[in-house]
Design a protein around this ligand. Structure first.
Ligand SMILES: [Zn+2]
Length: 180
């Protein structure tokens, strides 16, 4: 009998404790930061068809992002006009979130806004963008976020060109360009 109890104690001590899992939080495997450069990380969905989010601590974002990118993406900063790398980019390709690689905008919908920020008249898909997109009435500044990692991208205004009449005014530092 004593032997059995010792055996049971041994088993109990060797049980790996369950890692705490935040309720409702989902996450995806991200490539290492150095792999993320110029990489598209497509949307992934859970069994219910919901976009799987990227959830990271402040510290992890600080490790991954440059100081400028952190200030804009995670603290809703704005880069100075005409200072970013992408406002005057005319190459064909895809603009992905600098935080998580989710494709957000295409060169097909980029236009010359004269603002000094990369400007698009629509996102690749509505579900890749978080925030209220109905800027047709009233509100002039609607925040644009990456729907997967919550990274701040910029704002959407209702003074854009046809066919949407929208102007997604995005920070270069919030995006990475993947040439086609
Ligand atoms: Zn993102």
């Amino acid at each position: 009998m004593k032997l059995i109890s010792i055996f049971l104690m041994f088993l109990a001590c060797n049980t790996t404790p369950d890692l705490p899992v935040e309720k409702g939080a989902t996450n995806i495997e991200m490539p290492a930061t150095e792999m993320l450069a110029d990489t598209i990380v497509p949307a992934q969905y859970d069994a219910q068809g919901k976009l799987i989010k990227v959830v990271k601590s402040k510290e992890d974002w600080k490790k991954q992002l440059s100081a400028d990118a952190y200030r804009v993406l995670r603290e809703e900063g704005t880069e100075r006009a005409f200072t970013g790398k992408l406002w005057d980019n005319h190459e064909k390709g895809v603009y992905v979130c600098a935080g998580c690689g989710l494709p957000l905008f295409s060169s097909e919908t980029k236009f010359e806004s004269g603002t000094g920020w990369p400007s698009f008249y629509q996102p690749i898909s509505k579900e890749c963008i978080a925030g209220n997109e109905d800027s047709s009435y009233g509100m002039l500044r609607e925040e644009v976020e990456c729907a997967r990692c919550g990274g701040h991208q910029g704002h959407v205004f209702d003074d854009g060109p046809k066919p949407t009449g929208l102007r997604y005014c995005i920070n270069s530092v919030s995006l990475r360009f993947v040439k086609q």
